[in-house]
Structures are given as structure tokens and as C-alpha cells.
Write a protein that binds this ligand. Structure first.
Ligand code: GDP
Ligand code: MG
Length: 303
């Protein structure tokens, strides 16, 4: 399957919803005030964000559309707009700051897909014989450590863990120490995401970042925030909260396969201008796609 086909498949629910919406609202219609109002409402409901909905409305207001070729033209306007916003945010894995190992801290609230994403990302980063190590710093539940353990076996990565309830920062320290001494290329650190206890989370994060700096003053080299597309606008609040805790160097959005509102990525990109690393479009090991704005915009628009 080509990479574009994977985007198509993953974004299937969203693209069906977009094309049905556009079909009802704007295809072969006179683009008047009513049509534009309906379009704006539909876009807001699709989670693209109020600002993008307004800007798209403006674009349609300013464009003369030939009724004969209207569908293509309309799709084109959408994909151009999406690309304009998201293309500059593409973060290829080659852009990950290089180090031995590059330390990637994985943040996000409970259940968004952190541990699963670490497994999938580890598989991608592990190509070309790169050595991968996981740090199980979500020590809050034994199940979380076991889950990461299973992923490490599946994708052939090493795992550093401690007993349940251990200090997450000490696990991160141990993992980096081991990774450095044994010449690993990437260390991915799993964390707990109890945002309901913000003070605790903030302290925990600060402690992890402080402790890894004792071994490598430039670590963590990346902090990726994982967002669950099915939480919709709530994802916006999560970015705001985590930005207060730690600098975010990339976003990974998961579960795009499980929502018809894949427009949320546009809202996040438009608002925060944070680099977008990858998209999760399924639970299996090959269901993480490195972000590509063109594939995303096309897959979302053309059904
Ligand atoms: P964590 O609490 O943030 O570590 O989240 P987990 O990695 O444990 O994931 C929570 C659930 O979401 C699990 O059942 C995963 O299989 C599922 N999940 C993660 N990513 C995706 C995705 O991209 N698509 C789908 N459909 N499910 C996902
Ligand atoms: Mg987890």
C-alpha cells in the first residue's frame, strides 16, 4: 500500500464526512451568503476551528467558481488552504536533533496513546539498524510497564524499568545512563499523564528533565506531545496545559482512524504552529505515519 493510501484509509471516516458535507452544502450550489453561513457552521462542527472556518469562508467568498468544474475547484481550495498552514509544520524524523542517544520525552494525558505511539515510533526510528531503548517512566501502574515491555519485545528495543511506584525521574536517569554507555541511538521515555493532578505532573516533568541533564546537558532533545483526535476541541486545552509544563517540540496526533473530525489537526496547527511529527491511524505497529501535509490534505478532501 502506498503511503498516500495509508493516509486515505486512516482518514476514511473524516474524508467521508467532509465530502458528504460539502456535497450537501456547496457542490453545484450558488455560493451566496446562506451557502457560506452553512459552510462555516459545518466546518466548525468538523473541528477545524473557528479561525480556519472564517478564513475558508472568506476564500470562497472571494473566488469565482466555475459550476462545471466546481467539485475539483472546491477541493483544491480546501487542500491549498490546509497545505499552506500545515506544510511549514512538517517535522521529518531527520529533523530530530541527533545525539547518542537522542532523548525523546513522550507527554500526554492518560489514554491518548503514548505507550502505543512509543512502540510504533520505535519501530520507525529503529530502521537502518538504529539502536532503540525505552524508559518506562510511567511507574504509576504496573500495567503500563508491562505494555511497554510487550512493545519493546515486538519491535526489538531494549527496556529499562523499575518497580511499580518508583520515582519516574530515576527510571529516566537509569535509562539514559544505560543508553549512553551502550551506544544507543534513541531513548524514548514514557511518562504518566495524570493531568488532573497538575502540580504533581509539572513537578514530575521538571524532575525528569533536570535529572537527564545530569548525564547530557542537551537532553531531552525532543518532547513530543501526544493528542487523541477523538477528544476534539479538548486537545486544544491539553496543548495549552502541557506548554506550561514543558517546551513541546512536536505533536503526534493519534486515533485519526477513529474520528470523522480529523479537522482538529488543522485547528491545532493553525493555533499553536507546533511541528507535527506523525499521525496515529490504528493500533498496530505499522499504523503510525510520518506527517505529510499534502497527503493529509488530499486524503481528507477527496473521497
Ligand atoms: P497512554 O495511556 O497514553 O499510554 O495510551 P495507550 O498507548 O495505552 O493507548 C490507549 C488505547 O488507545 C489503546 O487501546 C491503544 O491501542 C489505542 N490507540 C493508540 N493509538 C491509536 C490509534 O492511532 N488508533 C486507534 N484506533 N487506537 C489507538
Ligand atoms: Mg501508557
Amino acid at each position: 500500500m502506498s503511503i498516500f493510501d495509508k493516509f486515505k484509509l486512516g482518514l476514511g471516516k473524516s474524508s467521508k464526512s467532509f465530502s458528504a458535507g460539502l456535497n450537501n452544502l456547496i457542490f453545484k450550489k450558488k455560493i451566496d451568503e446562506n451557502t457560506l453561513n452553512d459552510l462555516e457552521d459545518f466546518l466548525i462542527e468538523s473541528d477545524v476551528g473557528v479561525e480556519s472556518a472564517k478564513e475558508l469562508r472568506q476564500k470562497f467568498n472571494n473566488t469565482k467558481i466555475d459550476p462545471k468544474s466546481s467539485e475539483n475547484e472546491i477541493y483544491q481550495i480546501f487542500s491549498n488552504y490546509i497545505c499552506e498552514i500545515l506544510k511549514p509544520l512538517e517535522k521529518n524524523l531527520q529533523n530530530i536533533k541527533e545525539n547518542k542517544p537522542s532523548v525523546i520525552l513522550i507527554a500526554g494525558v492518560n489514554g491518548v496513546g503514548k505507550t502505543t505511539t512509543i512502540g510504533k515510533l520505535g519501530k520507525i526510528l529503529g530502521k537502518n539498524d538504529k539502536k532503540i531503548i525505552f524508559g518506562a517512566a510511567d511507574t504509576f501502574r504496573a500495567a503500563a510497564v508491562n505494555q511497554l515491555d510487550a512493545w519493546s519485545k515486538k519491535i526489538n528495543a531494549n527496556l529499562i524499568k523499575s518497580e511499580e511506584g518508583a520515582d519516574p525521574a530515576s527510571v529516566a536517569y537509569k535509562a539514559l545512563d544505560y543508553g549512553k554507555k551502550n551506544n544507543f541511538d534513541y531513548l524514548l521515555i514514557d511518562t504518566a499523564g495524570r493531568l488532573q493532578n497538575k502540580k504533581n505532573l509539572m513537578d514530575e516533568f521538571k524532575k525528569i528533565t533536570t535529572v537527564v541533564k545530569k548525564i547530557d546537558s542537551s537532553a531531552p532533545h525532543e518532547t513530543f506531545l501526544i493528542l487523541d483526535a477523538t477528544t476534539g476541541q479538548n486537545a486544544i486545552n491539553q496543548v495549552e496545559e502541557f506548554k506550561k509544563v514543558t517546551p513541546i517540540t512536536g505533536i503526534i496526533m493519534t486515533k485519526l482512524d477513529g474520528t470523522a473530525k480529523g479537522g482538529i489537526l488543522l485547528a491545532i496547527g493553525r493555533k499553536f504552529k507546533l511541528p507535527i511529527v506523525a499521525l496515529g491511524m490504528g493500533e498496530k505497529e505499522d499504523d503510525l505515519q510520518i506527517f505529510n501535509a499534502q497527503h493529509y490534505s488530499k486524503a481528507l478532501m477527496v473521497n
